[in-house]
Design a binder for this molecule. Structure first.
Ligand code: IMP
Length: 429
């Protein structure tokens, strides 16, 4: 199989977990390259559902090596808890998982700062997952971050003291909240030393060796292009690059190691957290359009990490077209098509209008995007059931028309179609 980067091309939660889980047994290596425990994908282990935030989806497969790259931010307690769940289920995690020596650790003071900041922002908050993602990436670029390799260094004590002094100054003096204790931080560092150091590796080197040996690879993205720190709805974004380019910097590989970029999107749009969402129809704050409610309820749109209800709306082709360009997407995987079953009509946003002008691409300014209204094409819906279909030829005519139109307007072929939650519910080209 070709080496594939799989990324979300909307605002996250596109169903990447299912697609990656589906592709994982077909590759030799699965590698995460950005993000941290803000992501979440549900796996069924035995008959029990488990949400994994950091461990890559390939972990259930005997012959798949799972790697966590330098571009990620890792919370030791979270990954150890996931490892324990997997070990209890009989999965030999230690043989299948390696973590980059260069990845950044999320420590208790990052989470405290994330939460304090959001509270202080009040109505203007970003709606982060509260997992300390932003502060951990800030420390990385400010060159005071703690990397996994630092657990082996004699300087660690002094670095932690300095970081804690600075963060506690902010927490207590500026945000007027509780300080984080050194004992809490040390407890996490001890856990990381005991459980993560044995898995530490030079991930870039492993990838290069595996590539030379002819192994196939899947590079697993988290969040989505509209949450990318450069190309998303800044500042309502996450703190990492989520585009395909991040796979290279986040793993230490070159572009020649990437053959395809799979862009995963729902047949409609959802978003959690604050920020512009031009095609929004339904949310917990009072938007109550009937079609949006249908999408939220039938699509069971609640966040896997935070449990928050997701905002829902029509498919936005301006968003996906933007992702196809900035991330070089070569094929789209459209998920949750079955959620549209039973709607009398479906809409596709093909452009925006603002002050009488048409926009074909996403404006850089979130304030301007907020003032955009969608220009819709309305297509007839279908009454037939698409749930579980495995062959595109079986699709109702109107569903096929919608997909054809998505391909045309986004400028990218649809190469996969997901029609239900199970691995078997898939049409592949
Ligand atoms: P952070 O990544 O926790 O800093 O959150 C920043 C923004 O990204 C918020 O709007 C979050 O709701 C959103 N976000 C972060 N991770 C995910 C994800 O995996 N799915 C969907 N939204 C996410």
């Amino acid at each position: 199989m070709a080496n594939i980067v799989a990324i979300g091309v909307q605002w996250g939660d596109e169903g990447k977990g299912k697609i990656v889980d589906l592709l994982a047994p077909e590759v030799d290596v699965v590698a995460r390259f950005q993000g941290g425990p803000n992501a979440g994908h549900t796996l069924v282990i035995g008959d029990k559902k488990t949400v994994l935030h950091l461990v890559p989806s390939g972990i259930l497969h005997d012959n798949t090596l799972c790697l966590i790259g330098n571009g990620t931010v890792v919370a030791p307690e979270t990954i150890v808890e996931e490892m324990n769940t997997l070990i209890r289920a009989g999965i030999p995690v230690a043989q299948r998982l390696k973590i980059s020596d260069r990845c950044q650790l999320i420590l208790p003071y990052h989470r405290a700062l994330d939460v304090a900041r959001e509270i202080a922002k009040g109505k203007a908050k970003i709606g982060t997952t509260g997992r300390g993602i932003g502060p951990a990436y800030e420390d990385k670029t400010a060159r005071r971050g703690i990397r996994l390799i630092d657990l082996t260094s004699n300087d660690l004590d002094a670095k932690i003291s300095e970081n804690l002094e600075w963060t506690n100054f902010l927490l207590t003096k500026y945000f007027k909240t509780d300080a984080v204790s050194r004992a809490d931080v040390d407890e996490v560092l001890d856990l990381a030393r005991e459980r993560l150091l044995p898995l530490m590796a030079d991930v870039s080197l492993i990838l290069q060796e595996r590539h030379k040996a002819g192994d196939s690879m899947l590079f697993e993205g988290a969040q989505g292009t509209m949450l990318d720190v450069d190309f998303g709805t800044y500042p309502f974004v996450t703190s990492s690059n989520t585009v395909s380019g991040a796979a290279m910097a986040g793993l230490g590989i070159g572009p020649a190691m990437i053959d395809e970029v799979l862009g995963i999107c729902k047949a409609y749009t959802t978003r959690v957290g604050a920020g512009p969402f031009p095609t929004e129809l339904y949310n917990a704050e009072g938007m109550n359009d009937a079609a949006g409610k249908h999408l939220a309820e039938k699509g069971q749109e609640f966040g896997a990490t935070t449990g928050r209800p997701r905002r829902t709306g029509w498919f936005d082709a301006v968003v996906v077209r933007h992702a196809v360009r900035v991330a070089g997407v070569t094929g789209l995987a459209v998920t949750k098509l079955d959620v549209l079953d039973g709607l009398s009509e479906v809409k596709l946003c093909v452009a925006y209008e603002r002050n009488g002008e048409y926009l074909q691409s996403i404006p850089a300014d979130a304030g301007v995007l907020n003032e955009c209204t969608p220009v819709y094409e309305t297509l007839p819906g279908w009454a037939e059931n698409t749930f579980g279909l495995t062959d595109m030829a079986q699709l109702p005519k109107n569903a096929k028309t919608l997909l054809d139109r998505i391909e045309e307007v986004c400028g990218c072929p649809v190469t996969m179609l997901s029609t239900g939650p199970d691995r078997e519910h898939i049409c592949r080209l």
